[in-house]
Design a protein around this ligand. Structure first.
Ligand SMILES: Nc1ncnc2c1ncn2[C@@H]1O[C@H](COP(=O)(O)OP(=O)(O)OP(=O)(O)O)[C@@H](O)[C@H]1O
Length: 226
């Protein structure tokens, strides 16, 4: 059993476009340990989102293995992969993707209930988490009534609602002004570190990347130190 929360070994992934085959990842490897926050900084089109999708079990590699919390997920059924994704992986995207008809609290309660947590327990955890990110007075607001930074803090809390071991983020503050971006990023990093999670965060923002524990890039389909 691997100690790493995320272990990608020999990952290859290509896309067919017309008669051409685009080899995006070519036997790429990466390990991230508990408590480690890794920045994925690479030029546009080199495969950052592809790598996050593979790590988050949203797609399967053509070859290679994806291990999450010591479990090799490559050959598991779609159902088992969905369960692992639901319990062990949190996602944060550039745009919050909150449910507009629900309050901040309900947005954080929902994924917990889908994972089998009772409503009352889910609501207690949700309000505790929202309070921890400074949204105590906003829990009953719908997303449209929240600022961009507040919406993104709700999205971060939602990603952490089920206590995942792995956080995957794609430009998590890319939609925010620089000051708000810094503040939201601080919240994200603090929660990840406090909970001993591992995180892989794709960003073009080198200031933010510089605050992480390690920087990696993608070159010729492989993960390289940045
Ligand atoms: N479903 C798909 N079908 C065909 N080609 C794809 C598909 N998904 C991604 N690609 C191609 O694979 C390459 C890598 O895409 P990917 O989105 O992983 O890059 P990225 O590094 O995340 O880029 P960006 O920083 O611009 O978001 C790109 O050339 C893209 O056009």
């Amino acid at each position: 059993m691997s100690e790493a929360v995320l272990k990608l070994s020999g990952i290859s992934r290509s896309y067919q476009s017309g008669s051409d085959k685009l080899e995006v990842l070519k036997s790429a490897g990466l390990e991230i340990c508990p408590g480690e926050v890794v920045a994925l900084v690479a030029p546009s089109g080199t495969g950052k989102s592809t790598m996050l999708h593979l790590a988050g079990l949203l797609e399967r590699p053509d070859s290679g293995d994806v291990e999450i919390a010591g479990q090799n997920c490559t050959k598991l059924s779609d159902r088992k992969r969905t369960l692992i994704r639901r319990h062990e992986v949190g996602f944060v995207y550039q745009f919050h993707h909150l449910q507009g008809e629900f309050s901040a609290l309900e947005n954080v309660v929902l994924p917990q209930m889908i994972a089998g947590v009772k409503k009352r327990e889910a609501a207690e955890r949700a309000s505790g988490l929202l309070e921890a990110v400074g949204l105590k007075d906003r829990i009953h607001h719908r997303p449209a009534k929240l600022s961009g930074g507040e919406q993104q803090r709700v999205a971060i809390v939602r990603a952490l609602a089920n206590g995942p071991k792995l956080l995957l983020a794609d430009e998590p503050t890319g939609n925010l002004d620089p000051n708000t971006s810094d503040a939201v990023f601080e919240v994200l990093i603090k929660l990840v570190r406090e909970n001993g999670m591992a995180a892989l965060i794709a960003t073009h923002n080198l200031d933010l990347a510089g605050k992480m524990d390690r920087l990696v890039s993608l070159k010729d389909g492989k993960v390289v130190a940045a």
